[in-house]
Design a protein around this ligand. Structure first.
Ligand code: GDP
Ligand code: ZN
Length: 447
């Protein structure tokens, strides 16, 4: 890799007309480009008002020139920022001028990738940069900012420190093979392994919440055909998106709709009816509905007064880690009134998707579920972080198992080595080019 040997440039501000726009340059040629654009040596970290001119001396724009010598810059390299008017045409001309002066077009995320490779931020922080930019809710943006500031990374590093200490302790013990060692009887090992496992579980809970803050809460709407699932999704989304019909089994695929309720983002998934079927297409839909139920955060069981008991029995027998909520729909057809009650172990809401009666109570409840625990200190996270922590947990369990069954220090040390590697993948201590490529290519250009 020859990162940092060439100089990259990109328009760093959003597309479309705006008051201000900026071109960002990073790399060894940045000081020369700065001199060419300013006509003299730039003062570091000083706002120069400058006339940006093309090769013929023709004026492109007037604006602010900022020069940050490396390594005290975002990327760790020499960085130049040219701020002009937010016109796509002028910014393009400005970008072309920097290319003529020796820069090349940056790939998406390349500035942040260089910052990562130069040790300015770790991988979790780099991902959080993209998440801050893409955040669709205030709570999500705040959480992403905390991850960018290193709140999540610090937790991972803390765990890593404990893990390394334990590994060192066990490996030191292995070095005395003549002694018969009962590793689990060693109070340091037993206690530390249990403590590590507990801290990991706590971090997993917070990391899962971080993913919800980042991606929004996934709400699966389930229920028998014709219960009113699509109608409920439409009512919550406030538009006709899902197909509503009187023919049972119409919604065969899983429809998804992103909805914002009081600044919190929800992914509503309308699933096929959960009933046995001979129809191949419908069976596939039912399979997807069950899969949806396994990976959603909130499961809404839509039923009505007539079918409630039967549907609840089915609901209770379907596995899911999700928060389960029962919606008794079509109260406009029954004697029930809109209200909310804790019944049979579930939060239960009576409403009508058709008239909208009781819908606000459902909205309020979803909002409460979204913001639960999203206060002080909540950080954003991604699915890959959860997956990595889960594999760390598996390695720790295997470590305990091995020590318990065979007192085999070498095997335990090996499991801990894997655990350390999985943990290190989160912050990028260990990372493959494939992983880095996948992460940074999803950035927008100029970041
Ligand atoms: P799904 O199969 O569960 O998605 O059900 P749909 O949303 O397609 O609705 C099935 C039928 O029930 C349609 O004719 C809807 O208009 C009707 N429906 C849905 N919600 C209500 C409701 O609250 N009250 C009444 N009266 N009809 C409803
Ligand atoms: Zn439907």
């Amino acid at each position: 890799m020859n990162h940092g040997e060439d100089t990259i440039a990109a328009i760093a501000t959003g597309a479309g007309a705006a008051g201000v726009g900026a071109v960002r340059i990073s790399g060894p040629r940045a000081p020369a480009i700065a001199r060419a654009m300013l006509g003299r040596e730039p003062v570091p970290r000083h706002a120069h008002f400058a006339a940006f001119r093309d090769g013929d001396g023709e004026l492109i724009d007037r604006g602010i020139l900022l020069y940050f010598p490396g390594p005290a810059s975002y990327t760790g390299e020499h960085v130049l920022e040219l701020q002009g008017h937010g016109s796509a045409v002028l910014l393009d001309a400005l970008l072309r001028r920097t290319i003529a002066l020796g820069a090349r077009l940056a790939r998406p995320g390349e500035f942040t990738e260089r910052a990562f490779l130069n040790g300015k931020l770790d991988l979790v922080q780099a991902e959080a940069v993209a998440d801050v930019v893409a955040a669709t809710s205030e709570a999500g943006a705040r959480a992403a900012l905390r991850s960018m500031e290193g709140v999540f990374s610090a937790r991972v590093d803390e765990l890593l420190g404990e893990l390394i200490a334990l590994r060192v302790h066990i490996e030191a013990a292995i070095d005395f093979p003549e002694e018969e060692i009962d590793f689990l009887a060693d109070p340091v090992i037993g206690r530390n392994l249990a403590g590590l496992r507990a801290n990991l579980d706590a971090l997993l809970v917070e990391t899962r919440r971080g993913v919800r803050l980042n991606d929004g809460i996934v709400v699966a709407i389930v229920g028998r055909p014709n219960a009113g699932k699509s109608s409920l999704l439409n009512a919550l989304a406030g538009q006709e998106r899902a197909i509503v019909t009187d023919i049972p089994g119409t919604t065969r695929d899983v429809l998804r709709e992103s909805v914002s309720i009081d600044g919190a983002t929800f992914e509503l998934a309308d699933t096929a009816g959960l009933r046995e079927s001979d129809d191949v297409v419908e069976r596939e839909g039912i399979r997807r509905a069950r899969a949806q139920l396994e990976r959603c955060d909130v499961a809404l069981l839509v039923t009505d007064d007539e079918h409630a008991n039967e549907d609840l029995a089915f609901f209770a027998g379907t596995p899911s880690h999700a928060t389960r909520v029962v919606v008794i729909n079509k109260i406009d057809l029954s004697a029930s009134t809109a209200h909310r009650e804790h019944r049979g172990g579930y939060e239960t809401l009576w409403l009508s998707a058709r008239t909208g009666e009781g819908l606000n109570q459902l909205r309020a409840m979803l909002r409460d579920l979204a913001t639960a625990g999203a206060g002080e200190g909540a950080f954003s996270a991604r699915r890959r972080h959860v997956v990595a922590l889960e594999s760390v947990r598996d390695y720790l369990d295997r470590t305990a198992g091995v020590l318990h069954d065979s007192h085999a220090g070498e095997l335990a040390a090996e499991e801990l080595r894997h655990a350390q590697q999985a943990l290190g993948e989160i912050t990028g201590t260990y990372s493959s080019d494939d992983l880095l490529g996948a992460i940074f290519s999803s950035f927008c250009i100029g970041k």
